[in-house]
Design a protein around this ligand. Structure first.
Ligand code: M6R
Length: 620
């Protein structure tokens, strides 16, 4: 959470930084701030609680001319320490006002550092952990062995910090450089012509350059207009990995849509096609990176999928396929629970870590725990070079492109496709599927972008339905088999976007308690299994619907085209194309995304930036 951007070059830093913050606002929107070195000895800082727009208004009031300078940095905050008020907004300065710091992460020993500073008579002006760093860097630069050396000062301070952090630091006496440090939180470098950038995400600088460099753990970088120098925390020059970003500015812009999320819903056929592309070569499924042998894959005797939120739901979908195709036991676990319950892991365990951002703290810690126990880790990730794939033994990237809307849509569908390819890779390695069977399954997957496009062509009716549900108090979602994770995902979307009470249930569980919730007019969304693919479950589901209809529920039924049996039980019928059973979540999820977005819009909420949330959750 929190987005940070730093710039040194030939342009006005304020413009670059504010544009960058606009593209990073998905990471947090509790407050925003900027600092620009306006000359030797002068630093202009402005910060404001609330959305970036508040800061921009403030900059207009003050006059943007006050921020003339070619080195600067900015921050958009998701509050951890201290409420989202002006005084807690970044950048934070030291007592002299000569150093400014922005930060993403949590400094876990900040209370001790704060007490130490206060004992020395330093007056802290915010509730944040970040401010302690500004004071410590200011002191290290002013006196002692690192005097007058900003990178060395930051390195010395990093040795004193525990927790996760990306820090970007500027000092009035170093007007042509910005220094940054990274431990566990993300930071990428953008390398342009006579200009250099650092940011939480390449989206911040994609307008200027697509040449990027991935920083490693515990590294400090100094940027100026001619380039960058990276060292470890001890000052030894360190290795970095350059990469070229394979999408451009248009992908990070709304392209005429009211919200990013609406654009991202429409991009799903492309996201699926791009994710599948290049992974079935010469009759075999291939991963992107494999630092484990084929024998390791053959030796796997148990699979865990660990993830959070929507990524977790994508794992639940995959469980049905991986068990069916490989006959391996698969457990799907919330990453936040995984390492605290002592799971049984060994060399023959494959842990599949699914994360759009690749930086979710719970998932990252689950990966570390798994590796400590000698399990192999395979990452499914949408962000090139993020920490989770870096720390994994194998990687399959989803190519959904940048997902800016906080609610996951195209990344979720791409995760399902990638997880299914992991299942096929295991089936092929273990010989539980013949090559022609793997080819057939892959061909069915490859037909899904067209099926999703077909669904998108029919969602106008779902939008109308959404508007009619805007005043509902609650909505329930029911599914069976692969429809169950779809129900969970539908409920999550509605909660996070429309702030409406929503619950997803396995329909078979209904009679064990949840049916007590049914009352006159309560909307219940039902994801029907295919009448051909899962006839037995279909029949059971029809009974479930009639049970709730008899108790007054308003039934909204998602059913396969041509499913006439269910029609009499549907107050509202949403038809989806007939697809293979295990792939149905790819088409069934789409109307639910549209439904939630439309309910949220009708209720007047910002669909891209739901309250209290941030896109990347980098704290546990
Ligand atoms: O970046 P990740 O995939 O690790 O994120 C996991 C969850 O935080 C994420 O899916 C979250 O649940 C979304 N807001 C759901 O729409």
């Amino acid at each position: 959470m929190c987005g940070i951007v730093g710039y040194v070059g030939h342009r006005q830093a304020l413009d670059v930084v504010v544009d960058g913050l606009r593209r990073l606002e998905y990471r947090g929107y509790d407050s925003a701030g900027v600092a620009v070195v306006t000359g030797p000895g002068t630093l202009a800082v402005e910060r404001k609680a609330g959305r970036l727009a508040n800061l921009e208004n403030r900059l207009d009031e003050v006059g943007r001319g006050e921020f003339a300078g070619t080195a600067g940095m900015g921050h958009t905050r998701w509050a951890t320490h201290g409420p989202p008020v002006d005084r807690n907004a970044h950048p934070h300065r030291d007592a002299t006002g000569r150093v400014a710091v922005v930060h993403n992460g949590i400094i876990e020993n900040f209370a001790a550092l704060r007490a130490e500073l206060e004992a020395d008579g330093v007056e802290l002006t915010s509730d944040t952990d970040t401010e302690t760093v500004a004071h410590l860097v200011g002191r290290a630069y002013a006196e002692g062995p690192t005097k007058g050396d900003l990178p060395a000062s930051l390195r010395a301070v990093c040795h004193r910090l525990s927790g996760a952090f990306t820090l970007v630091v500027t000092h009035v006496d170093e007007p042509d450089m910005i220094v940054a440090a990274r431990r566990s939180s993300p930071l990428v470098v953008g390398v342009g012509e006579g200009e250099t950038f650092v940011a939480s995400d390449v989206a911040a600088f994609i307008e200027y350059t697509r040449d990027a460099v991935e920083l490693g753990q515990d590294q400090v970088i100094t940027i100026d207009r001619d380039g960058y120098l990276v060292t470890d925390f001890d000052g030894e020059e360190a290795q970095t990995r350059p990469f070229h970003v394979d999408w451009d500015l248009s992908a990070a812009e709304k392209g005429g849509h009211e919200y990013f999320m609406l654009k991202e819903i429409e991009e799903q056929p492309t996201a699926l096609a791009d994710t599948l592309r290049g992974h079935f070569v010469d009759g075999r499924i291939v991963l992107d990176e494999q630092r484990m042998t084929d024998q390791d894959l053959r030796d796997v005797d148990k699979v865990f999928v660990v993830a959070c939120g929507s990524a977790y739901h994508s794992g639940l979908v995959a469980k049905y396929a991986i068990e069916h195709w490989t006959r391996l036991p698969v457990e799907v676990e919330l990453a936040s629970e995984f390492r605290y319950r002592d799971p049984v892991l060994d060399r023959a365990t494959l842990v599949v870590a699914v994360s759009q951002s690749g930086e979710t703290a719970d998932t990252l810690e689950a990966v570390r725990h798994a590796r400590d126990q000698k399990a192999r880790v395979l990452a499914v990730c949408n962000t090139n070079g993020a920490q989770i794939p870096r720390e994994s033994d194998a990687v399959l990237y989803t190519h959904a492109g940048p997902e800016i809307g906080v609610a996951s849509t195209k990344a979720f569908l791409a995760q399902i496709a990638a997880n299914l390819m992991v299942g096929l890779a295991l089936a092929q390695a273990r010989g539980t599927k013949y090559s022609d069977e793997v080819a057939r399954e892959f061909a069915e997957l490859a037909a899904m972008p067209a099926a999703v496009a077909k669904v998108l062509g029919t969602v106008e009716r779902v939008r109308e339905l959404g508007r009619s549900l805007a005043d509902s108090k609650a909505v329930l979602f029911l599914g069976r088999h692969v429809g169950y994770p779809v129900a969970l995902e539908g409920a999550l979307k509605l909660k996070e976007l429309a702030y409406m009470h929503a619950e997803g249930f396995a329909a078979g569980e209904l009679k064990h308690g949840p049916i007590a919730l049914i009352e006159e007019g309560l909307p219940v969304v039902i994801v029907m299994p295919s009448p051909k693919g899962r006839a037995v479950l279909h029949a059971k589901m029809v009974s479930n619907i009639s049970e709730i209809q008899a108790r007054g529920a308003r039934t909204i039924v998602l059913a396969e085209e041509g499913d006439e049996t269910v029609r009499p039980f549907a107050d509202e019928l949403i038809e989806i194309p007939a697809v293979p059973t295990l792939l149905q979540p790819l088409v069934a999820t789409v109307p639910l995304q549209v439904l939630s977005a439309e309910i949220a819009r009708a209720r007047g909420y910002d669909v891209d930036k739901p309250r209290n949330l941030a896109k990347s959750v980098t704290v546990e």
